[in-house]
Design a protein around this ligand. Structure first.
Ligand SMILES: Nc1ncnc2c1ncn2[C@@H]1O[C@H](COP(=O)(O)OP(=O)(O)OP(=O)(O)O)[C@@H](O)[C@H]1O
Length: 326
């Protein structure tokens, strides 16, 4: 079964298209990262999945139910960590959890939930109005886990968390996934998504610009590495040797410097051997892996061509798979 499926899902606010013709399929049991810069349309998409906002066009199903017409079937099966979580300031954290258990008619043990999200027994009895941002986020996460949902939808789950809290959140997502829960979470921080996600979708200005694994995305923008070699002689004399190495996609020479884009990590050693065999003397060498940050920037700042694929400055598609291609 598909956990989430959107077809032509669109939301406009006046002149602004917040989500534009979104086709997305998330399979049961997947951990899916929904990425995009501020204002990309992530929360609007989530709001349409939960029937907090009505689409202008298109449709969505969640756990096989229509998101707009069968929302009552969906809500008991879904745990939601909303972007802006409203607390009851005077109620303790524990009471929030108990209240959520009663509302969902669930059988969870409040103490076990509090422990899972890292709220101590002392914290649990304090009024939630006194909580720090990170503690509120932990409390909201605990409330999302109640009822052992089949699908967890988390909007910016690492918001307000310190590095330790972020690691705990990632462990929690992993353990939920092991339990068979589908996890859909939005973030504008690629590193947070990479640690736990099977696949990611990248949204930019309401449009889905890529859907792939992180490795797949890296590969599609050049395999993740650039190798720069300083040679003892003019580099253009060795262009052909470098171009002949399998796994190197692009070679440029400038003075004594040879710059190569690598798609296969094994190509690095092969290139050195090939240059050596061709009589080149390598004086220096530098390897730069494509950082996650630059990957994200490329995907969200690249021009978008007529097919909806993100392109780099040279017009080369950077997205290995777009949903439209499926
Ligand atoms: N109720 C609304 N009325 C008017 N415009 C809205 C409304 N909700 C969202 N928008 C606009 O839709 C666009 C997408 O917003 P959305 O909150 O979905 O982005 P986001 O990707 O979740 O961003 P962030 O990472 O900052 O939370 C933005 O330009 C936003 O201003």
């Amino acid at each position: 079964m598909t956990a989430i499926e959107t077809t032509g899902l669109t939301k406009t606010y006046g002149e602004l298209t917040a989500v534009d013709d979104l086709d997305l399929t998330i399979e049961d049991g997947e951990v899916f990262g929904f990425l995009g810069p501020n204002g990309a349309g992530k929360s609007t998409t989530i709001n349409m999945l939960l029937d907090f906002a009505r689409p202008t066009a298109g449709s969505a199903t969640v756990l096989g139910y229509d998101a707009q017409n069968e929302a009552d079937e969906i809500s008991p099966r879904v745990g939601v960590l909303p972007e802006g979580f409203d607390i009851y300031p005077r109620l303790s954290g524990r009471r929030h959890i108990e209240f959520a258990i009663e509302t969902k008619d669930a059988a969870n043990d409040p103490d076990a939930i509090l422990e899972r999200v890292g709220l101590s027994a002392d914290d649990a009895v304090r009024p939630a109005g006194d909580y720090s941002k990170g503690m509120r986020q932990r409390l909201a996460t605990g409330m999302a886990l109640i009822g052992d949902p089949d699908l967890l939808i988390m909007d910016e789950p690492s918001s307000g968390l310190d590095p330790h809290g972020i690691r705990e959140m990632q462990e929690l997502v992993r353990s939920e996934a092991e339990r068979g829960t589908t996890v859909f979470f939005s973030s504008h921080i690629l590193e947070h998504v990479e640690a736990v996600c099977d696949r990611v979708g990248v949204l930019n200005e309401g449009t889905l610009v890529a859907v792939d694994t992180i490795d797949g995305l890296r590969e599609s923008i050049g395999g993740g590495a650039t190798m720069e070699l300083t040679l003892a002689t003019a580099a253009d004399g060795h262009l052909e040797t470098a171009r002949g190495v399998t796994g190197i996609t692009d070679v440029a020479a400038s003075g004594h410097t040879l710059e190569c884009s690598i798609v296969d990590p094994a190509a690095k050693a092969t290139l050195v051997t090939a240059l050596d065999g061709a009589g080149a003397t390598i004086q220096d060498m530098q390897i730069d892996d494509v950082s996650l940050e630059s990957l994200f920037t490329t995907l969200t700042n690249g021009e978008t061509d007529a097919d909806g694929q993100s392109t780099d400055d040279a017009g080369t598609p950077v997205a290995a798979t777009t949903e439209g291609d499926r």
